[in-house]
Design a protein around this ligand. Structure first.
Ligand code: NAD
Ligand code: TYD
Length: 341
């Protein structure tokens, strides 16, 4: 592995991964291939912008010609596919881009990986493909997929196609399924950065339903370390869950945020729930632990660290929240917040 194409590398997890890999492996080149949708942001890559081993290509994973030209130009041997539409609420509003990018785009990349005989295709997947998990159970990699939102269904489709390319064509595929990541550079539509930045401004925190839904909030660099490990030591054709083995209710997550930021509980507004809202995700992480990984942060530590980052980095998020984000926020929360008065 020498020339890694990181699709979606200008997004939240992708950018953290690019920065991490360039620092850890002085002999690797990293080529970010990103369409720069609303979620893509070159500010996320400022820490490596002067690094000669980093290159940026603006391109869509749905365009086979641009993908092929990039692989040829940079002599790519590995693709790590982070590129996706990623927000469940947007997938409920308008699923179209999710099918295009997450399903068709992954297929385009798999075809390119096959044609150019790449050494590895790594697919970044999510715990959401398993669907709602009842109390007392943790999802295992061999479980059936039961996605329940358009986002989760599009990601599950990509996993199945990647696996099919391993079985049918012998493509060297690996897959990681991460839980909810939090940390620097996460677009403030996701709950932790949304609530942290709203709280900093004394704005309401729109908590869906009773707020008792459970997620495994994971520090993004822990996830990056796990991906790195699977890239170097994972078994081809295998799936690895990456989580914290500790889930938190959303109300508990909000309380940690409010305490960290020294803001009152009165900011919490219980609003109309998300349709089809999965109550609980929970991962069994024995398989990746056996490979030599474990999370360095508990969910509570990850939430505190993330809140501090948003406190210190207003330059990063204020311009996002003052831009097109306002239109999205009004469409998603305008009525909900009014109803909750
Ligand atoms: P993000 O929304 O922050 O970033 C996505 C990136 O993909 C953006 O830079 C965007 O411009 C790019 N992109 C979108 N469509 C593209 C296209 N057609 N061609 C090229 N680039 C395109 O996402 P994220 O939170 O960093 O998630 C990255 C990956 O990790 C996704 O595949 C997501 O499903 C998966 N994942 C995310 C989480 C999480 O908690 N955020 C958890 C598990 C898995
Ligand atoms: P989110 O960050 O959208 O991630 P996902 O739905 O992919 O897990 O949401 C995390 C949890 O927070 C989920 O249970 C939904 C809830 N949530 C709210 O209560 N209010 C919000 O405004 C958002 C965006 C999410």
């Amino acid at each position: 592995m020498k020339n890694i194409m990181v699709t979606g590398g200008a997004g939240f997890i992708g950018a953290n991964f690019v920065i991490y890999m360039l620092e850890k492996y002085p002999q690797y080149q990293v080529i970010v291939y990103d369409k720069l949708t609303y979620a893509g942001n070159l500010d996320n890559l400022l820490p490596v912008s002067d690094e000669p081993r980093y290159h940026f290509v603006r391109g869509d994973i749905c365009h086979p010609q641009t993908v092929a030209a990039t692989i040829e130009k940079y002599n790519i041997d590995t693709i790590v596919n982070f590129a996706a539409e990623t927000h469940v609420d947007r997938s409920i509003m308008d699923p179209d881009a999710f099918i295009q990018t997450d399903v068709y785009g992954t297929y385009v990349l798999l075809e390119a990986a096959r044609r150019f005989r790449l050494e590895r295709f790594h697919q970044i997947s999510t715990d959401e493909v398993y669907g709602h998990i009842p109390a007392g159970y943790r999802s295992q990699e061999t479980d059936n997929l039961a996605p329940r939102s358009p986002y989760a269904a599009s990601k599950a489709s990509a996993d199945l196609m990647a696996h099919a390319y391993f079985v049918t064509y012998g493509l060297p595929v690996t897959i990681t399924r991460g839980s909810n990541n939090i940390g620097p550079y996460q677009y403030p539509e996701k709950v932790v950065p949304l609530f942290a930045t709203n709280a900093i401004d004394y704005q309401p925190l729109p908590l869906y339903g009773d707020g008792r839904q459970m997620r495994e909030y994971q520090y993004v660099l822990d996830h990056c370390e796990a991906i790195d490990l699977v890239l170097h030591h994972g078994q081809l054709g295998e799936v690895y869950n990456v989580g914290t083995a500790e889930e938190l209710e959303n109300v508990a997550m909000v309380n940690i945020l409010l305490q960290t930021l020294d803001r009152p509980g009165t900011l919490i507004k219980h609003v109309r729930d998300r349709p089809g809202h999965d109550r609980r995700y929970s991962l069994n992480i024995d398989k990746i632990k056996a490979l030599g990984w474990q999370p360095r942060h508990t969910p509570a530590e990850a939430i505190v660290k993330t809140a501090h980052w948003y406190q210190k980095n207003e330059w990063w998020w204020r311009k996002i929240k003052d831009g097109d984000f306002k239109t999205y926020y009004q469409a998603q929360y305008g009525d909900r917040l009014q109803e909750a008065q």
